[in-house]
Structures are given as C-alpha cells and as structure tokens.
Design a protein around this ligand. Sequence first.
Ligand SMILES: [Zn+2]
Ligand SMILES: [Zn+2]
Length: 132
Amino acid sequence: MGHSPGWYAYMQGEVDRENRQKEYEQRQREYAERQAEWEEWREEHLSTEKCPICGSEMYIREGKYGKFLGCSDYPDCKGVRKIKSDGDNCKTKQPSTEKCPKCGGKMYIREGKYGKFLGCSNYPKCKGTRKI
Ligand SMILES: [Zn+2]
Ligand SMILES: [Zn+2]
C-alpha cells in the first residue's frame, strides 16, 4: 500500500465522475426513447377537436366506457369530449379512398414530418404508404 490517502481520494473521485457520466448518458438514451414513443403515440392519438375548457389540442383516449377525447393538458385540465366515431376525430387519420399497395387495406391521410401522405390503416403491422 504505497499510495497516500490523497491518491486514493483522487481515484475515487475519478470513478465517481465516470459513473456519473455513464448514468447521465443512460438517462439521455432513456429520455430519447421515451420521447420517440411519445411522439408516435401522439401522432396516432391527436384529434381535430379542441378542448371545450381551455382550447388545447385533444387526444383520443380510452377509458372504462370506451374511447373519448381528453385535453392534452390533462391532468391540469380535465376537459373531455365525446367521440363521434372511430377514426373520425383523429387529425392524423383522415380516411381516403386509396387502397394499401401492400395489404389492400384502407389508407388514411396522415401528416408526417415531411408533409401529408397516405398510410395504411393497419399501421404499425403494415407499413404501406403512398404519396398523395
Ligand atoms: Zn383543456
Ligand atoms: Zn397495408
């Protein structure tokens, strides 16, 4: 044991710093994953309706008694609306007359990062898309 207590403390500090860095990177990764999942969920559930209380966007949600629209500010805002019919209210799922080139299913007009396109109603099982 030729090392001084000071050296030992220094090495401990290095290890701590490395661990903290690893933890930080892990958290960043987890955050990015959650963000991506959230964005996918949001795209699937965003509706065309606005909250009757605060005017925010509304999401299609599912409760005990079936689907309804809930305020995106929930739980701060408890605004809800009845849903008319499945898919009707979804901003990213406007029905179209086109058929999916992969499975022949219905296609929805969807809005992605690069503008509007047609996406298969069987997404995410079928990834069929068409240009508009
Ligand atoms: Zn609201
Ligand atoms: Zn398809």
